[in-house]
Ligand binder design. Structure first.
Ligand code: PGA
Length: 239
């Protein structure tokens, strides 16, 4: 695993944006796997700046997002589709028809998981996948469990994730109890993974990852098995 330790959130955001921009420049029709949450917001701001400056173009880029709450309407301002529009897609030259987020309105979430998995395969896999990490070591919404699911699937959120994500909602009871998420196998279809982590509350999850052991009790530890992972983090995560 490559590890890039940055002095603060701003530097982490810039470094991650530069890594993603390198992929877009070398392969303009690439497939980007994108993520939501607080962590990548600064990276998206850098990508918007680079796009406006003419340094990179998203014209031929296809994107697939990691996850989405279930159920949720795309117009809901807490949906991950809404997040992606507001934080990136509305500000760059991307063709929104080439952007995918799991469908939080699907009547049959299991069928939606299968459709999404088939979509990732049909795209030929993901060139670079952005990941965050949960305080409990989750990646996407692959929560700690006795076993982990390989393909895109519907899953129950753990109390720890509901509590962590309640900061974005009016109250904890408004947080959806389920989500559609890429599985560990879907994430592993990415040729390259960039894991972004900032904040001392993620320290335990990152220590587990760097301990060179794997356990489904900390799903991010599975990343030790992937051949091309770059951890881009702030100093408070590793000191
Ligand atoms: P955060 O979420 O970026 O909002 O901390 C990351 C995650 O839970 O995967």
């Amino acid at each position: 695993m490559n590890i890039i330790v940055c002095k603060n959130y701003e530097e982490m955001s810039l470094r991650a944006a530069e890594l993603l921009a390198e992929v877009v420049k070398s392969k303009p029709a690439c497939v980007l796997g994108l993520a939501t949450g607080s962590t990548p917001v600064g990276m998206y701001q850098n990508l918007i700046r680079m796009n406006k400056a003419g340094e990179i173009s998203f014209k031929d880029v296809t994107t697939v997002n990691l996850d989405e709450y279930y159920p949720i309407d795309p117009e809901n301002d807490q949906s991950y589709r809404y997040f992606m529009n507001v934080n990136l897609f509305d500000h760059v030259d991307i063709d929104k028809a080439k952007t995918s987020v799991p469908d939080g309105t699907a009547k049959d979430p299991e069928a939606e998981g299968r459709r999404y998995e088939a979509l990732i395969s049909a795209l030929g896999g993901i060139d670079v996948q952005i990941l965050g990490i949960g305080r409990n070591g989750h990646i996407g919404f692959n929560e700690p469990d006795a076993s982990l699911v390989l393909d895109t699937h519907v899953t129950d959120l753990t109390p720890s994730t509901i509590e962590a994500n309640s900061r974005f909602f009016a109250s904890e009871k408004d947080v959806p109890r389920q989500a559609l998420t890429m599985g560990i196998g879907s994430i592993f279809k990415a040729k390259k993974i960039i894991l972004m982590v900032s904040g001392a509350e993620k320290k335990a999850a990152v220590s587990a990852l760097l301990a060179r052991r794997i356990s489904t009790a900390s799903p991010a530890t599975m990343l030790n098995l992937h051949p091309d992972v770059t951890l881009v983090c702030t100093t408070d995560v590793v000191d």
